[in-house]
Design a protein around this ligand. Structure first.
Ligand SMILES: Cc1cc2nc3c(=O)[nH]c(=O)nc-3n(C[C@H](O)[C@H](O)[C@H](O)COP(=O)(O)O)c2cc1C
Length: 356
């Protein structure tokens, strides 16, 4: 309901956010996950959440690569990394959600602090490093659940040293195989080659290595769409080489994109740039907006309809989501906008998209 979303927005900005932003960011995230999981477990709490927050309209339905989305706004990888929120997110108003990034082996995450906020830059500082319960545990959590919106699984390499590239590729393909053989009712995959805060670097942003990885993934004969989660800080020529490698495979599409690690990023407030130099981690939110948009546009210009494009980075309003769609995105994802604006943002965006 518009009325309750407005009340929610005002209370979030004036009461809840000022309170939450004084607390440790990772602890707030963990508490929200626990609360969201609880709300998702019961019909009445799901219905109440939906009445208060969600906006539904058949004009928003999209069918992409054979998957039906009730609306084009999804939760980006990294928020629900162990798959605890799939039952509540439809009630919040999301049209799809990605679980993960999931890795084959469990990893407790980088040394804290793993999450912080840069409010002046409308960004989050992320230093998670693929914190994951591991593929087996996540599959166990998701098995037996019904999903009322498409759920995707983001897969990345375990955050550990590999002696060969072959072994690292095998680690990734084993996770795909585990999900393929599981009874989890997911609809698509993301292949994350662009996490900037792991100790393994980003070997698959080398086009030759990426081609090898994609050949191995294609050999699995996965029927569900696979979307490549791309970096955003590389030069245009380099990005086009990666897109060429993706084009030579049967990959369905690309996601632009991941966090920014560019410490000279002009969208970062000067005072935050000084702070960032002393901290580990990379930024989400508004500092990713321009680059994500430029790369969506570039992909559309060079590849037309070849790739499904998912636009991610700095979406804080209906106008922002509309801009990503206008530039060529088929679907839009977000995290940081919801943290800064409140959970009613998803309904607000969908209501805006339906009317504009
Ligand atoms: C706390 C946090 C954790 C993230 N973890 C992942 C991850 O595990 N895998 C991934 O592909 N992207 C991850 N990301 C990147 C987001 O999926 C997204 O690409 C990026 O934050 C830009 O969108 P936003 O500005 O709406 O947050 C993470 C982002 C945040 C804020």
């Amino acid at each position: 309901m518009q009325f309750t979303r407005d009340i929610f927005a005002t209370s979030y900005q004036n009461v809840l956010k000022p309170l939450l932003f004084t607390q440790d960011a990772e602890r707030v995230h963990n508490n929200f996950t626990r609360f969201g999981k609880f709300l998702g477990e019961f019909g009445p709490t799901r219905s109440l959440t939906s009445v208060l927050l969600a906006y539904r309209n058949p004009v928003l339905i999209k069918i992409i690569d054979g998957v039906t989305y009730p609306n084009p706004i999804g939760l980006s990888a990294g928020f629900d990394y162990n798959g605890q929120l799939t039952q509540i997110l439809p009630a919040v108003g999301f049209g799809f959600t990605t679980v993960g990034t999931v890795t084959l082996e469990p990893y407790e995450g980088n040394v804290p602090p793993r999450l912080d906020r840069f409010p002046r830059s409308k960004a989050l500082l992320v230093n998670k490093g693929f914190k994951s319960l591991g593929a087996h545990a996540v599959i166990k959590k998701l098995t037996g659940l019904e999903f009322s919106i498409p759920v995707g699984i983001s897969i990345g390499s375990t955050n550990k040293h590999f002696s060969t590239l072959k072994a690292q590729i095998e680690d990734i393909t084993t996770t795909f195989r585990l999900f393929e053989r599981s009874k989890v009712k997911h609809s698509y995959y993301e292949l994350n080659i662009s996490c900037p805060n792991t100790s393994i670097g980003q070997p698959f942003t080398d086009p030759k290595n990426l081609s090898r990885l994609l050949r191995a993934v294609v050999r699995l004969r996965i029927k569900k769409p696979v979307y490549l989660k791309m970096p955003i800080d590389l030069q245009k020529k380099h990005i086009l080489e990666l897109l060429d490698a993706a084009d030579r495979s049967s990959i369905s599409g690309v996601i632009f994109g991941n966090l920014t690690k560019d410490k000279e990023n002009p969208a970062v407030d000067l005072r935050d740039r000084v702070l960032w130099k002393e901290r580990k981690g990379n930024l989400s939110g508004k500092p990713t907006w321009e680059r994500s948009n430029a790369l969506i546009k570039l992909t559309k210009k060079h590849y037309g309809k070849r790739f499904t494009i998912i636009g991610t980075g700095g979406v804080f309003s209906g106008e922002d989501a509309k801009e990503k769609l206008r530039l060529g995105a088929d679907l839009v994802q977000l995290i940081t906008g919801m943290v800064y604006q409140g959970p009613q943002l998803i309904g607000e965006i969908n209501s805006y998209l339906a009317e504009n």
